[in-house]
Design a protein around this ligand. Structure first.
Ligand SMILES: C[S@@+](CC[C@H](N)C(=O)[O-])C[C@H]1O[C@@H](n2cnc3c(N)ncnc32)[C@H](O)[C@@H]1O
Length: 209
């Protein structure tokens, strides 16, 4: 049985945007990471995007600015309250509270042009990650793009070294690229990866047409 970690996102909601704006520690290159996710996910006018763990809506806003429509899912009502406050009643975006939005996506197969997520997938346990990958790919259209920006390591050794070296890094459920690559290969998808900081990568893969 995995040791379940807990986080207080409702408590963090009010000052989340102030913290990420500092761009330090795990949030180094925050804006660049979000931009790159939107870029590799090919967010364009008319696209329908699912943003999982949308939080205060910062990636959703980047997708809206590129002309897309967005559905944002998050388990934290208070994070979503901040997102709604920022976006007002923009009809191109919908935010839904979902308890486990990587594992139970309340949409039919093949609905979205892109499934994106930033700084949230490290809350999914290693045992749940293969199921979460299948669930995200399920709701993607053929030819659609999955894109992730997160705290990620190449493999377990890289993670151990970072945890030893970086005093601001706390242990969480960080993905390993070598493992994700296998999960996507099983679905006929090739994982691509670009590193932004010692702990942050953008990963993406296209669903076969
Ligand atoms: C660090 S914030 C990231 C928010 C936003 N995506 C961003 O890039 O700024 C993490 C978000 O993931 C949400 N979250 C926590 N556990 C989750 C889970 N198991 N599945 C999906 N989202 C989760 C939190 O409520 C929070 O809004």
């Amino acid at each position: 049985m995995e040791n379940q970690k807990t986080w207080d996102f409702d408590g963090w909601a009010a000052n989340y945007d102030t913290v990420v704006a500092r761009g330090s520690g795990v949030h180094m290159c925050y804006e660049e990471v979000l931009e790159h996710v939107a870029e590799v996910a090919r967010i364009r006018p008319g696209k329908l995007v699912l943003d999982i763990g949308t939080g205060t809506g910062n990636l959703a806003i980047k997708c809206l600015l590129r002309g897309a429509r967005v559905v944002g899912l998050d388990p934290s009502p208070k994070m979503l309250a901040v997102a709604r406050e920022k976006l007002g009643d923009d009809p191109r975006v919908e935010f839904l509270v979902v308890a486990d939005p990587f594992l139970h996506i309340p949409f039919p197969d093949g609905r979205f042009d892109a499934v994106v997520s930033t700084y949230s997938f490290h809350h999914v346990t290693p045992l749940e990650k293969p199921r979460a990958v299948r669930e995200m790919v399920r709701v993607l259209k053929r030819g659609g793009v999955w894109a992730l920006g997160d705290l990620v390591f190449w493999d377990e050794q890289a993670e151990r070294e970072a945890l030893r070296r970086l005093d601001w890094l706390e242990e969480e459920y960080f993905s390993k690229i070598v493992e994700l690559r296998r999960m996507f290969a099983e679905l006929g998808m090739e994982l691509e990866a670009k590193q932004f900081t010692p702990v942050t990568w953008v990963l993406w893969a296209v669903k076969p047409a």
